[in-house]
Design a protein around this ligand. Structure first.
Ligand code: BGC
Length: 455
């Protein structure tokens, strides 16, 4: 069934080689949380904590993608996608995070890869999208440096099985968000509220990325290795442009963006003294050789963009954090999540990356961009969002940023972390009682856009 006539939004012309995709993540769609030998992840644990997730929702069933894989790949074939970004559930493959491999877990991803290739869709797996094996969390999770080694072990297992067919790999998804929400504020799994004591989680994830990159290059000589960072341009209200506000903005930018991009692209961390981190070795966390491992050449930088962040100087000068977050004064349209819709923030972000990193910036891939909208099939607001952001990508490309592809978040409505099933990001509507999938107007629009770009 089709929702409504295609939306007539004009679109700029992208190069013929531009890759059109959609993105999802294992815990958000797979379900089958304890099936075929899968071990528990930190999300399986966290969702059972009273009050952790809105209305007590869990990803136990999710979109039941584990069982409905064929249907879902068929949707992708109908979209005419070039590529599908999904993630591998680490505890499905290594139930305790290390050691014994669960062959049924690997078989599932093997089948998914084959189905995708049959449908003409390039598999683009992410190796870690937040569902750490609980057994590793019991050993300290990403606060424990050894988790980086375990991640490289998992990467080798996955790459050895899939690397004959899978060439484009993404190591981590949004290490900033995982550190901030999972370990600093505790609103995501593993639900630890360590504030600044969470910072080693950044370094250990990045080290894991570097070790996983080496593991991928060893197992798949022609691998393309990417990482997906959540990035945000920092903005100021017109009444918040004092030197103190600008310093707060710079401190926020260091934490959210530069702490994750600089070590990858420049081989060093930014100045983190606003966070009480004067010591470049972070009190022994950053060891000799780590930064060289992290800065191993990348084939692409994945950028996940949702909106800019408005920052002011902290109202309380004794506050732990050197910034306050603010609301924009402009009356932007809002998504169902109440996030402001600011397409030109994406142009600003991309051209800002080029300005900062110059020739050290590898080709950029937009590995997530999309919005939550109210339930329903006539999602013109989503079409406007996507069209606006694709225009913003084209503007950045016209200004010299080398962007190779765009993955919409998301193929279908799914488990939106602490919001449970309340936020709907899908091109496809999912009825979570029946698992019926129904393409929305945005599905038809994206399909037609891809076709017209190829014409
Ligand atoms: C994450 C996705 C999430 C999306 C929307 C990104 O931060 O990678 O897992 O669903 O944003 O919140």
């Amino acid at each position: 069934m089709s929702a409504s006539p295609p939306h007539p939004t004009p679109s700029p012309r992208f190069p013929a080689s531009f890759v059109w995709g959609v993105a999802t993540a294992s815990y958000q769609i797979e379900g089958a949380a304890a099936e075929d030998g899968k071990g528990p992840s930190i999300w399986d644990t966290f969702v059972r904590r009273p009050g952790a997730v809105r209305d007590g929702h869990t990803g136990d069933v999710g979109c039941d993608h584990y069982h409905l894989l064929d249907q879902d790949v068929e949707l992708m074939r109908r979209l005419g996608l070039d590529a599908y970004r999904f993630s591998l559930s680490w505890p499905r493959v290594l139930p305790t995070g290390s050691g014994t491999v669960e062959p049924r877990g690997l078989d599932f991803y093997d089948r998914l890869v084959d189905r995708l290739l049959e449908a003409g869709v390039t598999p683009t797996p992410t190796l870690f999208h937040w569902d750490l094996p609980q057994a590793l969390e019991d050993e300290g999770g990403w606060l424990n440096r050894e988790t980086a080694d375990r991640f490289a072990e998992f990467t080798s297992v996955a790459a050895e099985r899939l690397g004959d067919r899978v060439k484009r790999w993404i190591t981590l998804n949004e290490p900033f968000i995982h550190m901030a929400f999972g370990y600093a504020f505790g609103t995501h799994a593993p639900g630890r509220a360590l504030m600044l004591d969470a910072l080693p989680v950044a370094h250990h994830q990045l080290l894991g990325h570097g070790l996983a990159t080496a593991a991928l290059r060893a197992a798949v000589p022609d691998a393309q290795v990417l990482i997906s960072n959540n990035c945000t341009p920092v903005r100021h209200r017109s009444d918040a442009r004092s030197d103190a506000d600008l310093a707060a903005g710079s401190a926020y930018d260091a934490l959210h963006n530069r702490m994750f991009n600089d070590p990858l692209l420049l081989g060093s961390y930014p100045d983190l003294s606003a966070y009480g981190m004067e010591d470049p070795a972070w009190g022994g966390v950053v060891r000799d050789g780590d930064l060289a491992t992290i800065a191993a050449p990348l084939d692409g930088l994945g950028i996940n963009y949702y909106n800019p962040t408005w920052v002011t100087a902290p109202a309380d000068s004794a506050a732990l954090l050197p910034f306050d977050l603010a609301e924009p004064e402009e009356a932007y349209r809002r998504t169902a999540f109440d996030w402001p819709v600011v397409p030109d923030g994406l142009t600003e972000l991309l051209t800002g990356l080029k300005a900062r990193y110059g020739d050290a910036l590898p080709p950029v891939w937009i590995t997530e961009n999309g919005c939550s909208q109210p339930a329903g099939l006539d999602d013109r607001a989503r079409i406007d969002f996507l069209a606006g952001h694709l225009g913003a990508v084209a503007d950045a490309m016209a200004q010299g940023v080398d962007v190779r592809g765009y993955f919409t978040w998301s193929l279908m409505d799914n488990f939106e972390w602490a919001e449970g099933y309340h936020q709907r990001f899908g091109l496809v509507e999912v009825d979570f009682d029946t698992q019926t999938r129904t393409p929305r107007a945005s599905f038809d629009w994206y399909r037609d856009l891809i076709a017209s770009q190829r014409a």
